[in-house]
Design a protein around this ligand. Structure first.
Ligand SMILES: NC(=O)c1ccc[n+]([C@@H]2O[C@H](COP(=O)([O-])OP(=O)(O)OC[C@H]3O[C@@H](n4cnc5c(N)ncnc54)[C@H](OP(=O)(O)O)[C@@H]3O)[C@@H](O)[C@H]2O)c1
Length: 203
């Protein structure tokens, strides 16, 4: 499929590299043509402006700072699937600067299928993900398309509910990053499911 990225930073490069290798056509969109072209050269895609990348194809990866996410998302035409990987982190105390970015984007661009995914791990992880890494996805529409793009990165999609639950993924990222930065082991919070719960989910 055709995928545009809004942003030419670390997340755009990490994910686009896999998508090009999987056979997708990717346009790296940036506000600085030179930076976008450089990243496009490294990943094997083409480069364009933010406006060109927004309407390049079926899917757009929104990979800009969360504080400009709603503004930049307005470039995306209705009918497009928009992957929101942003985290609106307050780096002073690892809380959220805005409580529900994905839902805010969705309200601002009706007709765009906003999907929250790829926000839980760092770009270095996406560059070279460990085998079997699960990627939670929150979406009302576009789940299957993004699930395939998760597999194309070498990971396992985990459907995690509708877009109303994206705020939980955003909060989870803030919690996990705060623990990780203070030296804690985030993975230790989640024992293997069989060991913890047998075959019956908790509830
Ligand atoms: N890096 C991670 O480990 C990670 C993990 C999960 C989620 N995220 C989230 O993913 C998003 C992107 O992160 P990143 O690490 O890729 O950031 P990054 O490397 O700093 O790249 C940010 C991109 O946004 C562009 N940008 C910044 N301000 C802009 C504005 N006002 N208008 C238009 N474009 C603007 C930058 O353009 P220029 O190149 O022109 O400056 C750059 O292309 C963030 O919301 C972050 O919270 C990051």
């Amino acid at each position: 499929m055709r995928i545009g990225t809004l942003g030419n930073g670390m997340m755009a490069e990490a994910l686009a590299t896999h998508w090009v290798k999987a056979g997708h056509e990717v346009m790296i969109g940036g506000r600085d043509p030179g930076r976008a072209a450089e990243v496009a050269r490294r990943v094997g895609g083409t480069a364009g402006s933010l406006t060109e990348a927004a309407s390049y194809g079926d899917v757009v990866l929104l990979a800009v700072p969360a504080e400009v996410a709603v503004e930049i998302a307005q470039l995306v035409p209705a009918g497009t699937t928009l992957i929101d990987c942003t985290n609106a982190l307050n780096h002073s105390d690892f809380t959220l600067a805005q409580p529900a970015t994905a839902e805010e984007i969705s309200r601002a661009v009706p007709g765009v299928h906003v999907v929250k995914a790829f926000n839980l791990a760092a770009d270095a992880v996406w560059r070279n993900p460990p085998a079997g890494l699960g990627v939670p996805i929150c979406a009302d529409d576009g789940l299957e398309v993004v699930a395939q793009l998760v597999r194309d990165v070498g990971c396992e999609p985990i459907p995690a509910g509708g877009l109303v639950r994206a705020k939980l993924l955003e909060a989870t990222a803030a919690l996990a990053i705060g623990i990780w930065v203070s030296g804690g082991d985030v993975r230790a919070m989640f024992p293997p499911s069989e060991a913890a719960f047998g075959t019956v989910p908790p509830g």
